[in-house]
Write a protein that binds this ligand. Sequence first.
Ligand SMILES: [Zn+2]
Length: 110
Amino acid sequence: MNNQVQKLNKMKQEVSKKLPALTKVLRGTFIEWYQVCARKDCKCHKSKKYQHGPFYRVSYSKGNRSYHIYVPLKGRKKIEKWVNNYNKIWQGIEDISELNIKLIRAGISK
Ligand SMILES: [Zn+2]
């Protein structure tokens, strides 16, 4: 193996090592939101800074429809991480694909 190939293989290992566990992913968008309540005299109607929240939900699509699921406050950090992990794994796939293209160009087919 030449230096270029060794270097590219090492880079792939590095990318692969940093990937989150596949069991800790959620495909969707993590959303923080605030709410105005039904009580007309509540101060939340006066200014955005008095609105209730933050609350959290994840929106996701399945087929041609989109859905959302409310995130319990207690699980917020974990679930937000699952969403970030999903994106990290896709980025890792992109990075490894790019490195594999470079490997092919370097003359390696295995
Ligand atoms: Zn209110």
